[in-house]
Design a protein around this ligand. Sequence first.
Ligand code: CTP
Ligand code: MG
Length: 230
Amino acid sequence: MTDTNPSFWVVIPAAGVGSRMRADRPKQYLPLNGRCLIEHTLDCFLGQPGLLGLVVCLSADDAWWPQLACAADPRITRADGGRERADSVLNGLQALIAQGANEQDWVLVHDAARPNLAQSDLQTLLATLQDDPVGGLLAVPVRDTLKLAGPDGRVSATPDRSLFWQAYTPQMFRLGALRDALGNALAAGATITDEASAMEWAGQAPRLVEGRADNIKVTRPEDLEFLRRR
Ligand code: CTP
Ligand code: MG
């Protein structure tokens, strides 16, 4: 492992509507400590040495983004969102390649709605994976006992918790490999919920890098209440 972290690109999928938040706007534009979620999210990366550029994937009718100061940051470009998160990410990767990014470069994909990424976790991810042949993701070992639900809503089994991790972001892969994996998986109609699952579909085994449990994705109103109370 070398002393300095590698250079990297970032893709931020931010084209969702946030239906589970039931708010008056997409959740990435809801306020948290005086700024909106996506501004906190972008800050995690904009302060990191080695950042080559960042692309934000946005819906065509997004009226909130142009009002943010960061929309004018020369390091940030925009790409179109897609129907599902994976479509948005693929558009972002293609936009980076069109800008001249190298297919061998590292790219980190991170949810716009995950505003509490610690700088230390980002550095750990970059340092751990910089020489890895595949790449990987921040993840957290499951803490609670797991229950498998039966069709009657009763417990049918208690699986071995030690084998399970929760997948977080950023997820870090080589740009060309991730673009191919996502593109091929989507074309085949595979169910792709994160970048790692596309790489798995392509036959790779992404590395799990343990991160902080408070790098939560704001999904439901109580998630944002939790972050506001901190
Ligand atoms: N996302 C995206 N393009 C989509 C769907 C989601 O870029 N077609 C982004 C969201 O903006 C979010 C991230 O992917 O930053 C994670 O998705 P999720 O938490 O599911 O957000 P939403 O889809 O907005 O929320 P919901 O599923 O509750 O509608
Ligand atoms: Mg969604």
